[in-house]
Ligand binder design. Structure first.
Ligand SMILES: [Zn+2]
Length: 80
């Protein structure tokens, strides 16, 4: 995503997106470990958290898109 400098909303969305992405990677590596240990309950829980995190990233992308259209329409046309 192409965030605008010095915009607090861009900063907020990009920060949350980054956190969700880091969480996603952390859960992925936990899942690998859990699959080796054949702990089905734990791996089900992590799979559920992964899809929650994927949904969260999708939501943030949608928020970013909407925020760009409302607040930075110039930065969209400049990119396309
Ligand atoms: Zn912004």
């Amino acid at each position: 995503m192409n965030f605008v400098d010095k915009c607090s909303e861009c900063e907020r969305i990009s920060g949350e997106y980054e956190a969700a992405t880091m969480n996603w990677f952390r859960l992925q590596s936990q899942l690998t470990i859990t699959e080796y240990s054949l702990d089905e309950e734990a791996s089900d829980r992590i799979v559920a958290e992964l899809s929650e995190m994927a949904r969260r990233r999708q939501d943030l992308r949608t928020s970013a898109q909407k925020h760009f259209e409302d607040t930075h329409p110039k930065s969209i046309s400049a990119r396309s």
